[in-house]
Design a protein around this ligand. Structure first.
Ligand code: FAD
Ligand code: NAP
Length: 339
């Protein structure tokens, strides 16, 4: 299929905030050949290229004067299987959660804690997606990316990706790497991570003493469905701020002032604070101005009640940042990618 480039396309259906901005040019890539054609098109028409997946980690603040390329390549294949470990590869455009479900149906464990995260396989390495104590780096085996500077393909192993909390080399070098496919090493024997938040409690409530990976996935899906707004119903980009890492000294001072502060000591001596707790404590939970707001059940999630603009959402986010900085001396960093 050759590339179909359209002009002046609304990106409202292509970002989970549901923000209505126009892309000057828009196309979908179903193959490596489409990707190369899009790059050549952008170059010959002298426009930048912006790659997107599911649009679930974007804040679009203006019309996009670029060729927006939505990754729509599909395909999942097993590369090796020694009866215990399975190396599996998925194309960038594969939707993430159905891919997780596919692996579970094959009896493979490793991705269950990352159930129900929106978006695509190709975007998952961008911020080393994580939830309930697992990040993709824990099961990552490699990826193939196109270097947009040289036009060459490059294979990355785990060490080369610089994965960190909601971070990676691909985020650190924006616009350089176009991820084409990602590989994971999964296990036929489940090594479950149940100690995080309410996961074990939910399984116990369900009377499940010896859970399978699928049981864990289902428990996490039900917890997430209760707590997080569905972007199809209420526009949002998940957590809007990263959980801040602060010094042990500041954490101790804050704990003295706020004994119910939610804080987790990190191996490097720093302390991770729950950004949602800070925002809720500052009184923002449920706040709404025009159509931009803070979710009623989860203060970490900014929401679009219908016609909020990206700039209104950004303005709200900046006011929250300022307030948190003044109250707690903590700087919050925004998580979604801003364009
Ligand atoms: P997009 O939003 O389309 O793009 C994100 C960034 O990646 C952009 O900078 C884009 O340019 C770039 N990009 C996309 N595809 C490629 C590619 N193939 N090659 C190079 N660059 C690319 N995140 C978590 O980590 N954990 C969670 O638990 C979580 N829960 C969420 C819950 C909800 C309700 C929502 C709305 C979001 C949540 N997120 C979570 C955030 C988001 O789903 C993830 O970051 C996801 O990986 C984004 O995928 P996407 O395909 O939508 O990327
Ligand atoms: P939660 O369970 O209410 O926990 C609040 C915060 O405390 C989380 O942000 C989490 O940090 C941290 N936390 C909880 N238990 C922990 C433990 N045992 N050790 C260390 N830290 C702990 O969080 P939630 O908002 O419902 O989200 C549940 C999970 O899904 C979290 O992992 C969260 O990151 C992930 N999630 C991410 C997004 C996103 O857009 N990025 C959206 C929704 C959910 P961490 O965030 O560092 O894990």
């Amino acid at each position: 299929m050759s590339l179909q480039v359209r002009s002046q396309v609304s990106l409202k259906p292509y970002n989970s905030f549901g923000v209505d901005v126009q892309a000057r040019l828009f196309a979908e890539a179903h193959s490596d050949a489409d990707v190369r054609e899009a790059l050549a098109y952008a170059q010959s028409h002298d426009v930048p290229l912006l790659v997107i997946g599911g649009g679930s980690n974007l804040l679009l603040t203006a019309d996009i004067q670029a060729l927006v390329l939505r990754m729509a390549s599909r395909g999942i294949r097993v590369l090796s299987d020694d009866g215990s470990k399975v190396l599996i590869e998925a194309e960038a455009g594969e939707p993430w959660h159905p891919f997780v479900q596919h692996t579970l149906l094959q009896g493979l464990s490793g991705l269950e804690n990352l159930s129900l995260i929106p978006g695509t396989v190709g975007a998952a390495p961008m911020q080393n997606i994580g939830a309930y104590g697992v990040e993709i780096k824990d099961v990552f085996a490699g990826l193939t990316a196109l270097d947009r500077q040289s036009g060459e393909l490059r294979e990355f192993n785990l060490d080369e990706c610089n994965f960190a909390y909601r971070d990676s080399l691909f985020k650190q070098e924006p616009g350089r790497w176009l991820i084409l496919r990602v590989r994971f090493i999964l296990d036929r024997k489940a090594h479950l991570h149940l100690e995080y938040g309410p996961v074990r409690q939910r399984l116990t409530e369900q009377g499940i003493e010896h859970p399978t990976a699928s049981d864990v996935s289902q428990a996490i899906c039900s917890i997430r469905n209760e707590k997080l707004p569905d972007p199809a119903v209420l526009g949002n980009a998940g957590s809007f701020f990263k959980n801040p890492l602060v010094s042990a000294q500041l954490a101790a001072t804050l704990k003295g002032q706020y004994p119910d502060l939610v804080a987790y000591a990190q191996p490097d001596g720093q302390v991770k604070l729950a950004a949602g707790w800070l925002i809720e404590r500052a009184g923002w939970k449920g706040f709404r101005e025009a159509d931009a707001g803070v979710h009623k059940l989860q203060a970490l999630v900014l929401v679009n009640y219908g016609s909020a603009t990206g700039l209104q959402l950004l303005d709200l986010a900046q006011r929250i940042q300022k307030d948190i900085s003044e109250r707690f001396q903590v700087d919050l960093e925004m998580e979604p990618n801003r364009y």
